[in-house]
Design a protein around this ligand. Structure first.
Ligand SMILES: [Zn+2]
Length: 399
């Protein structure tokens, strides 16, 4: 019941964004952290000793999955599982895929039917069973030869595995070559998507070998950076209950004569509601870029109905100008006036200045604005390229 209401609310927000921007280049999922959002009533039962492990994390998810009980979330329970996934020595896009699979937020046919995008949830590969996450990535009979090729992954040795969350928990907790496993899962999902859009998917018999080669290449080129995962350098602070934190940042690309705006809006649990990247012609000063990013952030918040909370940036000059009630005479005064006007439409809004390392998600989005289309919005997600930056904030939150 509660979930239906939540989904309807999100659909409505989604519609607003779609109409507001005309182009919604990438729609992530609305089931974002469905499991996080869903209930932690089982917390005591799952974790009697107060010791949080990968296993207790996935058991918790598993329980929630089976019960589908709404309630309050507690990211603490998920931390070991997230950490396990985030400590994998694989490319960020692979971690992100596994993470989304664990949250059941991949656009599988079952999830698309649930969102009323499709009416048929039958798997395209085997045409026998419904395609949920577990089926698409592991259970489909068409994938059997992959899993049989490696003892550590095949079902006989993974007794009582009943969901992808459960499977990933076992793979991590029992160290069943989790890096390669994640690479294979990524390749399976990519192959499935390629086939769905009419491309030739990777050859199944070669899939594990090619995943292995990709993993070796990755490790060869990233040996210095892959060891430092797990410890986040940021201390982003979530807003109060039922409020939103609207982080923004700007980036200059002088050679290209352009600037990038980055925005991310998160709730009190650190869950992303929406994020945005936009490219604009280069203004004459850096502070104007910051001010334009702040204005865009408030526009996005209004468009999506996330209109209670805190606007947060890392430019001290701008945030001081915004906090000051006097008419701004600065060069960027007209933008400050726009921002004050937009702010007046919020039932509740405050301005906060933080250091850059507390604003790293918005900063990273703005820095990458050149690599996206001129305007791109991600519902309930951030660009996959910066998933690790977001994850660092989430881990810092529960530490
Ligand atoms: Zn199938």
């Amino acid at each position: 019941m509660e979930w239906q209401a939540k989904e309807e609310e999100l659909l409505a927000k989604m519609d607003l964004v779609r109409r507001g921007f005309g182009c919604l280049a990438m729609v992530a999922t609305w089931t974002l952290a469905e499991l996080v959002e869903l209930a932690v009533t089982a917390m005591v039962a799952v974790c009697e000793n107060g010791v949080y492990t990968v296993k207790s994390g996935y058991r918790f998810l598993q329980t929630e999955f089976q019960n589908q009980q709404p309630g309050q979330s507690n990211p603490l329970m998920l931390k070991p599982l997230w950490k396990g996934i985030w400590s994998l020595k694989v490319p960020s896009k692979v971690k992100n895929l596994v993470w989304r699979a664990v949250k059941n937020s991949l656009p599988t046919k079952q999830n698309l039917v649930r969102r009323k995008v499709l009416t048929d949830d039958c798997c395209d590969q085997c045409k026998m069973q419904k395609e949920d996450t577990f089926h698409a990535l592991y259970l489909c009979p068409k994938l059997e030869e992959i899993w049989l090729s490696k003892q550590a992954w095949n079902q006989c040795s993974l007794r009582q595995v009943t969901s992808f969350v459960d499977l990933m928990g076992h793979i991590l907790a029992e160290n069943r070559d989790p890096d390669l496993f994640a690479m294979v899962v990524w390749a399976i999902w990519k192959r499935r998507n390629d086939i769905r859009v009419g491309k030739r998917g990777e050859n199944l018999p070669n899939l594990v070998q090619q995943a292995q080669t990709r993993l070796q290449n990755f490790l060869l080129h990233n040996s210095a950076t892959t060891t430092s995962t797990g410890q986040p350098p940021t201390q982003w602070q979530p807003p109060a209950h039922q409020q939103y934190k609207i982080n923004f940042d700007g980036a200059l690309f002088k050679d290209e004569n352009q600037a990038g705006l980055g925005v991310v809006i998160r709730d009190s649990k650190g869950q992303v509601m929406v994020s945005l990247a936009q490219r604009i012609p280069l203004p004459s000063t850096a502070i104007e870029v910051e001010a334009l990013a702040a204005r865009r952030a408030l526009e996005l918040a209004l468009e999506t109905g996330l209109n209670k909370g805190v606007l947060e940036g890392d430019s001290l000059i701008l945030m001081n100008a915004l906090k000051s009630n006097s008419h701004s005479l600065a060069q960027f005064g007209h933008i400050v006036n726009d921002i004050h006007y937009l702010a007046s439409q919020f039932p509740m809004i405050s301005f906060s200045h933080v250091r850059r390392h507390c604003n790293s998600v918005a900063h990273s989005i703005a820095r990458r604005a050149l690599s996206f289309s001129s305007l791109q919005v991600w519902m309930e997600d951030v660009p996959p390229e910066i998933a690790d930056v977001l994850q660092a904030d989430l881990i810092a939150l529960v530490e």
